[in-house]
Structures are given as structure tokens and as C-alpha cells.
Design a protein around this ligand. Structure first.
Ligand SMILES: Cc1cc2nc3c(=O)[nH]c(=O)nc-3n(C[C@H](O)[C@H](O)[C@H](O)COP(=O)(O)OP(=O)(O)OC[C@H]3O[C@@H](n4cnc5c(N)ncnc54)[C@H](O)[C@@H]3O)c2cc1C
Length: 325
């Protein structure tokens, strides 16, 4: 990338965003790699000098607003996130490597592209790159989706998308008057070309977390093929509200890495209602209901069930959420 192709952002932000024709670069850990492989061309709009988007602040409704350029390391260690949304802090702390977490941003994480080896290789074409079909379906799909939602079976790449969905977060796009739901931004997975639904030139400004549910417990668990520096094979965020006897009053169970979007595990949530920790294994057993693995990735069904069970147990043993201070 030549220096001339990089527009420094503050100037653009203050004057005329709509004249920006480049692609935004935040931490660059995904975009730069795609450019190096020849998958992305054209000018880049560098966001790195935009302090306005690096803050985490309390909202009037008692939640938190997270600027798009907050780093993943910042998200993982912010005491307000750790105390009020522990499962989100764990998800941020568990992804990638310390080096990536120090550089990569929340916005870039949500909007990064899939890690499918066919998509990332310039040797292959696919529906996601403007061609047709999904070579992973008949090729090597060892790590791909077991819930088949559409043409592309690459798992959604963003751990934070799964966590933000579980916590009911909303998204502020620069210039919009209203917030968009995280589900609307992540998309349905039914259109192969979409890993997210932001249009070219739309700047993700911040993510808003609603007021935390004081007393609920939450956890994040991932299953990976090696001990670190790897995308998960299955990842799960659990939020639990329990009564004095430990019976589940309300739950939220969201899975990543098993479909082209992060998905709520409705069968598990239904099975948990009114049940206590002794019933967690039975509830977790329904985690893969409705999945349709291909030849090589049926093993993910058991992994998902085990990951859900561990996340339920960890959540129940976790620290109750506090209000945002
Ligand atoms: C070894 C390794 C393991 C990893 N494991 C995981 C994992 O387990 N889970 C996980 O989620 N990720 C994982 N990652 C990926 C990593 O988290 C992403 O590369 C990173 O989060 C991207 O953030 P960034 O700020 O560098 O984005 P960039 O590369 O700067 O941008 C990514 C995309 O988002 C767009 N973009 C960025 N910010 C904005 C904005 N504010 N508005 C509009 N568009 C924007 C860019 O145009 C680009 O298309 C891993 C990476 C590595 C190298």
C-alpha cells in the first residue's frame, strides 16, 4: 500500500465523510492481510488517528458505549466490562493473541472477513468473491459451519459478534439517527457476499450495551484445535439468571464458529427454563439440534454440546454482574 493512498481520517471525519471512497482500516490485522494476498485493492482510509472513537463511556440508560476503535485488549480489561458483562470480557480476552488484541479494534473485529481457506486464496473463486458456488461444500470443510444457512458455509469470524449478540448490543453507524441491532449488522447469513450488512463507506462508530442485568452470571468458552493463536471450532456465550434455589429464570446461549452468523441456541434455552445445574447436561445435549454437518465436520456436533455444557457450568459458578459504575 503506498502512503499516498492513505487518507488520514480526522480531516475527513470533520469535513466530508461522504467524499471518502476508500476502505476503512482500523487495526489493519485483517485488511492488511487481505491486501497482501491480492484480495483487496484500492485506497485505504486510515482510522488510527481518531481518538473520538477510542473511548468507553457510560450511557444515560446505565449501559456502556464502546467506540469502534477501542482495542480488544482494552475491552477485555476495562473494569466496568469485567464487572457488569463478565462473559463479554472473557470473550475478548480469549480471542487471537496478545499482540492481535493490542492492535485490533472492536469495529474491525465485528466487520472482519471470513477465514475460509478458499476465500483467502487468490487461486479460488466463490460466491463471496463475486463468483458462484462454495468450493468448501465439495472440498475441504473440516472447520466449516454445521448449521447450513445459505450458500456460503464459512463460519462467521467474529467472536465479539457472538458475545455482543448475547448481551443485546446495538450498533451506531456514523450519520445515522437511530441504532441498528447487532443482528441486523451481522446479517442473516443467507447472502453469500455478506459477512456484515454495512454498505461501502458506512463507518461503524460505536457499540452500545444495554444496562446490565444485576446479579446475572455469564461466561464465554471456546474449543480450539491448538492451545492458542487459533480461531475456535466452537465458541459459546452464556448468560444465566437463577433463583435462590439455582433454577434458571432466564438464559441466553449464543454460539459462534458453527454457522455463517452467530446463532442463539433456542433448544438449549428452552430446555434450561426452570431447571437447575443437575439438568445442564441434558439441556446442553440439544445444542446441535437442527445442524446438518457435511462429510468432514460432524465432529463439531459433540464439540458444541461439550462447549455449551462447560459454558453453563462456568457461568453458574461465575461472579454476579454489577451495575455500571
Ligand atoms: C492468529 C489469529 C487468531 C485470531 N483469532 C480470532 C478469534 O478467535 N476470534 C476473532 O474474532 N478474531 C480472531 N482473529 C482476527 C482478529 O481478531 C481480527 O483480525 C481483528 O479483530 C480485526 O480488527 P482490526 O481492527 O485489525 O480490523 P481491520 O483489519 O482494520 O479491518 C477489518 C475490516 O473491518 C472494516 N472496518 C474496520 N473498522 C471499521 C469501522 N469503524 N467502520 C467500518 N468498517 C470498519 C475494514 O474496512 C475491514 O474490512 C485472529 C487473528 C489472528 C491473526
Amino acid at each position: 500500500m503506498s502512503v499516498a493512498s492513505v487518507v488520514q481520517f480526522p480531516e475527513v471525519l470533520k469535513k466530508d465523510l461522504e467524499h471518502c471512497t476508500g476502505t476503512f482500516r482500523a487495526g489493519g490485522t485483517d485488511l492488511t492481510e487481505r491486501r497482501r494476498r491480492g484480495l483487496h485493492h484500492g485506497p485505504v482510509v486510515d482510522l488510527s488517528r481518531t481518538p473520538e472513537l477510542r473511548e468507553i463511556e457510560r450511557t444515560r440508560s446505565g449501559g456502556l458505549r464502546i467506540g469502534a476503535l477501542v482495542t480488544i485488549a482494552q475491552l477485555a480489561t476495562d473494569p466496568r466490562i469485567v464487572a457488569a458483562y463478565p462473559g463479554l470480557a472473557e470473550a475478548a480476552a480469549g480471542l487471537a493473541t496478545p499482540q492481535v488484541r493490542a492492535r485490533a479494534t472492536v469495529g474491525g473485529n465485528l466487520l472482519q472477513e471470513v477465514r475460509c481457506w478458499y476465500f483467502r486464496s487468490p487461486e479460488f473463486t466463490c460466491a463471496k468473491k463475486g463468483g458462484s458456488g462454495c468450493p468448501a461444500r465439495t472440498g475441504d470443510h473440516l472447520y466449516h459451519a454445521i448449521f447450513d444457512l445459505g450458500p456460503c458455509i464459512a463460519p462467521h469470524p467474529s467472536t465479539l459478534a457472538a458475545a455482543f449478540l448475547a448481551f443485546g448490543a446495538q450498533v451506531k453507524v456514523w450519520g445515522d439517527d437511530t441504532l441498528r441491532s447487532m443482528r441486523a449488522v451481522v446479517g442473516s447469513g443467507k447472502t453469500a457476499s455478506q459477512t456484515h450488512t454495512l454498505a461501502a463507506g458506512e463507518l461503524l462508530e460505536s457499540i452500545e450495551l444495554p444496562k446490565p442485568v444485576v446479579g446475572e452470571r455469564s461466561a464465554y468458552v471456546r474449543t480450539i484445535a491448538r492451545s492458542r493463536a487459533e480461531w475456535p471450532l466452537a465458541e459459546v456465550v452464556v448468560r444465566l439468571e437463577q433463583d435462590d434455589e439455582g433454577k434458571v429464570v432466564r438464559s441466553q446461549v449464543t454460539a459462534g464458529a458453527v454457522a455463517s452468523v452467530p446463532i442463539p441456541l433456542k433448544a438449549v434455552m428452552k430446555a434450561l427454563a426452570g431447571k437447575g445445574p443437575d439438568d445442564f447436561a441434558e439441556a446442553a445435549a440439544s445444542a446441535a439440534a437442527g445442524s446438518r454437518p457435511l462429510d468432514m465436520n460432524g465432529y463439531k456436533k459433540d464439540l458444541l454440546v461439550g462447549t455449551v455444557l462447560e459454558a453453563l457450568e462456568r457461568a453458574a459458578a461465575g461472579t454476579p454482574a454489577e451495575r455500571v459504575r
